[in-house]
Design a protein around this ligand. Structure first.
Ligand SMILES: [Zn+2]
Length: 270
């Protein structure tokens, strides 16, 4: 069977979920074995909140959208819609262009989440985590995920995204997001090399700083090249001194699941 004949169908939502929770379990375990630094707030209560949010989002939307995104790509391929279907390109090139294009869009989308006050209301739910570990990668408000999924579906049509490109992109996003949020002790030499093309935990730790000037940098998810090219990369920060979170939300007791769900509709906070 060639991969052209095999199309990911409705099972994709479940496969993605298995990859998501499999990766999460792996990173959370590695963090317990080799933590980057000791936790300043209870890990268990943060896990309950972040994983609670992940379960809530999955039940509400994620499963539907994860399938809808790949189903859109299947339809686009069948009907030969979009830019990539206008020119004959080898399959590997269509996969690569799809991954690179979607990652660039994710970079722009992430930047807008910081620069547009309305979007920041949602995105601050992710940033107000007081420690950072793989569970932070699951901490998103439903509203942010829903809007980004609708935009992604529109862009898959526009690009004529390759189905396998979309599948690989989704898998890479899950693993790279879990890795860059992880509180894992990674050898400095490895981070340095990895940083040239990708996003190591040190780069993303700067993005989760309470210092707004540091937070509004390092937007990349899979590739670091967008930040290098477009002037949003920040590297020279004392890693040990980085305080994680959002200045307006220093109190873990006020960051329960219910408070996170209504946060976008409460007073704005820088
Ligand atoms: Zn952010």
């Amino acid at each position: 069977m060639t991969d052209d004949q095999f199309m990911p169908g409705n099972d994709w939502g479940l496969i993605r979920l298995a990859i998501f929770f499999g990766g999460l379990g792996l990173f959370l375990l590695l963090e317990l074995i080799a933590p980057y630094r000791p936790a300043s707030v209870s890990k268990l209560s943060r896990w309950l909140i972040n994983l609670g949010l992940a379960v809530f989002n999955t039940l509400a939307l994620r499963l539907i959208f994860a399938s809808a995104i790949v189903q859109t790509a299947v339809q686009v391929s069948h009907q030969r819609l979009g830019l990539l279907n206008m020119h004959p390109l080898p399959h590997w090139a269509r996969i690569l262009v799809t991954i690179i294009f979607l990652d660039f869009i994710l970079y722009v989308w992430h930047l807008l989440n910081h620069e547009m006050p309305l979007m920041w209301r949602f995105h601050r739910v992710h940033h107000c985590d007081l420690n950072m570990d793989a569970s932070t990668a699951t901490r998103f408000h439903l509203g942010e995920l829903a809007i980004s999924a609708v935009i992604k579906i529109g862009l898959i049509f526009f690009l004529g995204a390759d189905v396998w490109g979309v599948v690989w992109f989704e898998i890479l996003v899950v693993f790279t997001a879990q890795f860059q949020h992880s509180s894992l002790k990674v050898p400095a030499w490895f981070e340095k090399i990895y940083w040239v093309l990708f996003v190591p935990p040190a780069m993303h730790r700067i993005h989760h700083s309470v210092v707004i000037k540091e937070r509004n940098t390092n937007y990349g998810t899979i590739f670091s090249v967008w930040d290098w090219m477009l002037g949003t990369m920040l590297t020279r920060v004392d890693q040990g001194g980085i305080k994680i979170g959002v200045g307006a939300y220093p109190d873990a007791r006020k960051l329960g699941l219910g408070q996170l769900l209504i946060m976008p509709f409460t007073r704005p906070a820088p």
